[in-house]
Write a protein that binds this ligand. Structure first.
Ligand SMILES: Cc1cc2nc3c(=O)[nH]c(=O)nc-3n(C[C@H](O)[C@H](O)[C@H](O)COP(=O)(O)OP(=O)(O)OC[C@H]3O[C@@H](n4cnc5c(N)ncnc54)[C@H](O)[C@@H]3O)c2cc1C
Length: 498
C-alpha cells in the first residue's frame, strides 16, 4: 500500500506501540469488522527475530539502543521502538501485594482488585511466555544469594509473579525463550500482523490531538518528516508514563495554569495530568568481588550464560506494616550497568529498591513544540517526613546483612568508602537510581486527582482513552510490565464488551 492509499480514518487509533499498545492493537483487531491502526514513533523490526538488532533480542543485557532520551538520563530511559520498553527491559516479572490492588479497587471497582485482574494476569503470563530460571542458569553469585536468603530465615517463594505471595526470595520468571527476549511485539502482534483490518504505522510520532468541545477530531502526526492528520472514532493513547501525559498537555488537556504559561489553548482543565509521577527508587550497596568470583563470572560469561541479576528478595524494612514487604533486594554481579570495567572484572553489589514510595514527582512541558524534550522530575526521596529515605537506609542495612552471610561473604567484601547506610541525606539522594518503573501521570480514579475513569476514558473528552503505565494510580510493590499487561488486557476486554 502506498502512502496515498493509506486510509486516514480508522475505527480505532492506538497511539504508542509499546507494551500496552501491542495488547490493545492485537485484542481490538481480533474483530475483523473493526479497523485498527497502531501508531509508533520508533521502528518496526517486524515479526522475525533475525531482522532485529541483536542487543534488543538478548535477554541477558539491558540495551540502550532505540531510546527517546537524547541527553544522559540513565534512570528514566524508555524505548522508542515497536514493542516499547519490553524490548529493552530486564524481562523480570513479579506481582504486587493485596493492599496495592485493594487501593486500585477502591478507585476503580472490583475489576481492579487482585482477583479481578487475575484472569488477565494469567493471559499475559502465557502470551509473554514467562519461564522459570533453572538452577543450571544461575551464576555462583545468584546461587549464593539464594542460600544467603535462606540462611537469614526468609521463606522461599516458588513463583514471584503469582498473586497472594508475601515476603520471601526466589528467581523471578522471565519473558525469554532461552536467552531471546520475547518482547510484546512478538507476543501480541505476530499473531495479528496478517489481519487486513490492522495497520501498523511505525516511524510516526504523535504530536497532538485536535480537540474541539470535548471531542477528539483528529491527531496530528509526523510520519518520517511529513505532517499528517489521522482520524478515528476512538482514540487510545498508549504512549507510556512519560509519553501519554506529554501528548495530552500538548493537546490542551491538563492543568490550565501550566498550559496557559506555554500558550497552549486549554481544551479541558485537568489538573492531575502529569502529576503523581511515581517510580521505585534504588540505592546500591557496592561490593568488591574476590578473584574467584571474577573468574567464575568470566567463565559464565564466556559460556554466554551470564545474567547480572537473577534473584529477588521481597523484604520488609523496620517501617513496613506486619506481613508485607516494602523492599526488593537484588544481589547483582555482571558487566557494569553504566560505564565499563577491564575484561574479567565485574560489578557486584546488592541493590535495595523502595517498593512503596511516598514521594511524588511530575512531568511538565518545557514548550508546546513536540521536538523539545519534556521536563521530568522524579522527585525521589522528597516526601516531607523523610520516610522514603528511612526505608532506603534500612534497605541498605538489610543488604549488608545479606552480604555478610556465610553464603556470600566469601565471594565479595564491602567496597572501600564506608557503609552507605551511614551517609548523609543529600549524599544518598545524589546516589539514587530507579527500577525504571514510572507510573501515575494519568491516574485512574473518579475524583479530582484522576485523569481517566476506571475504563481508561479521559475525563471531559468523549472519545479518548489512555491505557498504559500512566494510568496506574500507585506503583505496585512489583515490576510494572506484568501489571501494565494485565490492565491493558482488562481494559481491552471492557472496551470490546462495550
Ligand atoms: C531499562 C528498563 C528496564 C525495565 N525492566 C523491567 C523488568 O525487568 N520487569 C518489568 O516488569 N518492567 C520493567 N521495566 C518497566 C516496563 O518495561 C514498563 O512498565 C512497561 O514497558 C510500560 O509499558 P507502557 O506501554 O506503559 O510503555 P512503553 O512500553 O514504554 O511503550 C510506550 C510506547 O509509546 C511510544 N511513544 C511514546 N510517545 C510517542 C509519541 N508521541 N508518538 C508515537 N509513539 C510514542 C514509545 O516509543 C513506546 O514504544 C523496565 C523499563 C525500562 C525502561
Amino acid at each position: 500500500m502506498t502512502d496515498s492509499d493509506f486510509p486516514s480514518h480508522h475505527d480505532v487509533l492506538v497511539l504508542g506501540g509499546g507494551v500496552a499498545g501491542c495488547v490493545l492493537a492485537a485484542r481490538l483487531s481480533a474483530d475483523t469488522d473493526r479497523s485498527v491502526c497502531l501508531v509508533e514513533a520508533g521502528p518496526d523490526y517486524g515479526p522475525d527475530s533475525p531482522n532485529w538488532p541483536q542487543t534488543m533480542l538478548d535477554a541477558r543485557v539491558l540495551p540502550r539502543d532505540e531510546v527517546w532520551e537524547t541527553e544522559p538520563a540513565p534512570h528514566r530511559i524508555r524505548a522508542k521502538v515497536l514493542g516499547g520498553s519490553s524490548c529493552i527491559n530486564g524481562c523480570w516479572h513479579t506481582w504486587g501485594s493485596e493492599q496495592d490492588h485493594a487501593g486500585w479497587a477502591a478507585r476503580g471497582g472490583p475489576d481492579w482488585s487482585a482477583a479481578g485482574l487475575e484472569p488477565f494476569r494469567q493471559v499475559a503470563v502465557e502470551r509473554m511466555r514467562l519461564r522459570a530460571i533453572p538452577d543450571a542458569e544461575l551464576s555462583v553469585w545468584s546461587s549464593g544469594a539464594l542460600a544467603a536468603a535462606a540462611e537469614l530465615g526468609y521463606p522461599e517463594v516458588a513463583d514471584l509473579a503469582a498473586p497472594g505471595v508475601g515476603p520471601g526470595y526466589g528467581c523471578p520468571p522471565v519473558n525469554a525463550i532461552g536467552d531471546l527476549r520475547w518482547n510484546a511485539a512478538f507476543a501480541y502482534l505476530n499473531p495479528a500482523r496478517d489481519r487486513p483490518n490492522l495497520s501498523i504505522l511505525s516511524g510516526t510520532t504523535v504530536h497532538r490531538l485536535i480537540v474541539r468541545a470535548g471531542v477528539v477530531q483528529g491527531v496530528e502526526v509526523d510520519q518520517g518528516g511529513t505532517p499528517r492528520t489521522l482520524t478515528a472514532d476512538t482514540y487510545i493513547l498508549t504512549a507510556g508514563a512519560y509519553g501519554s501525559p506529554a501528548v495530552l498537555l500538548r493537546s490542551g488537556i491538563g492543568p490550565a495554569d501550566h498550559l496557559s504559561e506555554l500558550g497552549v489553548p486549554v481544551e479541558v482543565d485537568l489538573p492531575a495530568v502529569g502529576s503523581n509521577l511515581t517510580d521505585h527508587p534504588c540505592l546500591v550497596l557496592p561490593l568488591t568481588p574476590t578473584a574467584e568470583l571474577n573468574a567464575a563470572l568470566a567463565r559464565k560469561e564466556a559460556a554466554g550464560e551470564l545474567y547480572a541479576s537473577q534473584v529477588a528478595l521481597k523484604a520488609a524494612s523496620e517501617l513496613c506494616p506486619e506481613g508485607g514487604w516494602d523492599l526488593h533486594l537484588l544481589p547483582t554481579a555482571g558487566p557494569p550497568l553504566f560505564g565499563s570495567l577491564p575484561p574479567g572484572e565485574y560489578e557486584v553489589g546488592i541493590a535495595a529498591f523502595l517498593m512503596s514510595p511516598l514521594s511524588r514527582g511530575s512531568l511538565r512541558l518545557r514548550s508546546a513544540d513536540p521536538d523539545v524534550p519534556v521536563d521530568i522530575d522524579l522527585a525521589l526521596f522528597t516526601d516531607p517526613d523523610g520516610r522514603d529515605l528511612a526505608v532506603a537506609r534500612d534497605g541498605l542495612r538489610l543488604a549488608a546483612e545479606l552480604a555478610a552471610s556465610s553464603a556470600l561473604k566469601s565471594w565479595a567484601t564491602p567496597a572501600a568508602g564506608g557503609d552507605p547506610a551511614a551517609l548523609g541525606d543529600d549524599e544518598l539522594r545524589s546516589r539514587a537510581g530507579t527500577y525504571w518503573h514510572p507510573v501515575g501521570t494519568c491516574a485512574m480514579g473518579t475524583g479530582d486527582d484522576a485523569v481517566v475513569d476506571p475504563e481508561g476514558r479521559v475525563r471531559g473528552v468523549a472519545n479518548l482513552r489512555v491505557v498504559d503505565a500512566s494510568i496506574l494510580p500507585t506503583v505496585p510493590a512489583a515490576n510494572t510490565q506484568l501489571p501494565v499487561l494485565a490492565v491493558a488486557e482488562l481494559l481491552a476486554e471492557r472496551l470490546i464488551r462495550g
